[in-house]
Design a protein around this ligand. Structure first.
Ligand code: PLP
Length: 462
């Protein structure tokens, strides 16, 4: 392990302020990562040739700026949440371990982005190009990179003319849903589904019907019955790993559902934003039934959430309507963003980041397996999510609250209910994002201990 050693010569401020600023800069550049342990006061003082008091003052200053935190008996760490200069979606307070969101791991993306931007800044020709309005669907070389992304993630024989670049996965399925449905129409999904889709259904004024599922995904009988009763327009699915329940659909299940949907003229919106980390040979509706499937993917889960680029493939019959919906919502995906992502895809950076995410998630999921070996949890080897059904004595809301009291944040099953679907008692937690390995261990200890606790006392007061 290399010890972080800043160069203070470039700072003109007093030594302790310079060191606090160097910590801030190193976090911004990704040289110091969330959860990383800083050298002890004495070690850093020796390395820098300053007094221990200077390091102590600098660490106090950095702590005041919410950049680092000291843990009694363990040392000083870069904060996993709430760092001073960086934008955060999670506002968890100090000492809270937030496992509520499935985010990509912060690796060295900031450093890679800095290098890529430097190279891009030299390329005046491409800069001139990306300053212009682009053709519908995106620039040719951005679409070529998109096809390569689809290939990396296992989607075959996509046609270049049909690929549409979007501002991420959410934008992709929002556009597809808006193009295929009108207010009052019915959208089907698994009974527990990604809340981002529920939000779209609600905003577009759709009736959102949740379907029963088993360990292969939604049940064909449930799809059939819903088609007969509600005459839906679309079925939204996460085929290669359902968010939140982690089922993976088999070929047989995909085929039998596709047959029903064809008969009832229902489109599939296949959201593979989380699936792209999974085994690329897993079956999809798009590979098996491209005539009824709109495929949506994005780079947020594999690369990093701020790179808002997605790719959408639609059957010819609805391609134009979906292009119009993309155009109506934002005219085109931001070309600068598409340029960066395309460069990462074509120069191998994207593949390297995906490989690292997969390796780390694999190890983290094995750790989950060690802590939860006595419970019937579900997770994909390389996925971010863990689905944990609760003991009979516990309820999702109350369990989530008990964990929050112990400073671990997770999501109750009810957060994922489609429409009025009756959610079973379970929680979802995520093992990626900014959570350090040490914090993940602590959280898993707390979750497995909470599973052993009796349920809440019954209230006989009325
Ligand atoms: C299943 C699923 N689809 C889409 C998204 C959002 O994707 P994006 O960030 O590319 O818009 C998420 C984010 O968690 C997700 O879990």
């Amino acid at each position: 392990m290399t010890i972080w050693q800043p160069n203070l010569e470039k700072y003109s401020s007093p030594k302790y302020k310079a060191l606090a600023q160097a910590i801030d800069d190193a976090i911004a550049k990704g040289e110091l990562r969330p959860g990383e342990k800083l050298p002890t006061h004495r070690k850093l003082a020796d390395l820098l040739g300053v007094t221990v008091g200077t390091v102590t003052r600098a660490y106090a200053e950095a702590e005041r700026k919410h950049l680092i935190e000291s843990k009694i008996g363990s040392g000083t760490f870069v904060r996993t949440t709430g760092s001073g200069t960086s934008f955060e979606i999670s506002h968890a307070e100090q000492g809270v371990i937030d496992l509520g969101f499935s985010f990509a791991l912060p690796l060295n993306q900031a450093e890679l982005l800095s290098q890529e931007l430097q190279l891009l800044s030299q390329d005046k020709k491409i800069l001139q190009h990306i300053l212009e309005y682009q053709p519908p669907g995106g620039m040719l070389h951005h679409r070529e990179a998109g096809l390569q992304w689809l290939d990396i993630t296992g989607i075959q024989s996509a046609e270049m003319e049909r690929l549409i670049i979007t501002n991420g996965g959410q934008h992709g399925f929002h556009s597809a849903t808006a193009a295929l449905c009108q207010a009052g129409d019915t959208a089907l999904s698994c009974g527990l589904t990604y809340p981002g889709f529920s939000a779209v259904a609600q905003q577009l004024g759709l009736r959102h019907v949740g379907l029963e599922w088993d360990d292969q995904g939604v049940l064909p009988d449930a799809v059939k019955l819903a088609c007969q009763r509600f005459k839906p327009r679309i079925l939204y699915v996460n085929t290669r790993i359902n968010n939140p329940t982690c089922e993976v659909m088999t070929e047989a299940r995909i085929d039998s559902i596709a047959e029903i949907l064809r008969e009832h003229q229902v489109w599939v919106i296949e959201d593979d934003v989380q699936g792209c980390l999974q085994d690329k040979t897993l079956p999809t509706f798009t590979n098996r039934h491209p005539d009824i499937s709109v495929f949506v993917t994005g780079t947020s889960k594999a690369l990093t959430g701020g790179l808002r680029i997605g790719y959408l493939l639609a059957p010819q019959a609805v391609d134009r309507a979906i292009r119009s919906a993309v155009q109506a919502s934002c005219w085109m995906a931001a070309p600068m963003m598409a340029e960066i992502v395309s460069r990462w895809i074509t120069n191998g950076t994207a593949q390297n980041i995906i490989n690292s995410q997969r390796d780390i998630m694999d190890k983290r999921q094995k750790l989950v397996g060690e802590f939860l070996k006595d419970s019937s949890f579900k997770a994909a080897e390389k996925g971010y999510n863990v689905w944990l059904p609760l003991p009979e004595t516990r309820r999702a809301q109350e369990f989530t609250k008990s964990l929050a009291n112990r400073k671990v944040l997770v999501k109750p099953s009810t957060a994922f209910a489609a429409g009025h679907f009756n959610a079973p008692q379970a929680i979802r937690f995520c093992t990626g994002g900014h959570t350090s390995l040490a914090d993940l261990r602590t959280a898993l200890e707390i979750i497995s201990d909470e599973l052993k606790q009796p349920g809440p006392e019954l209230d006989f007061s009325h």
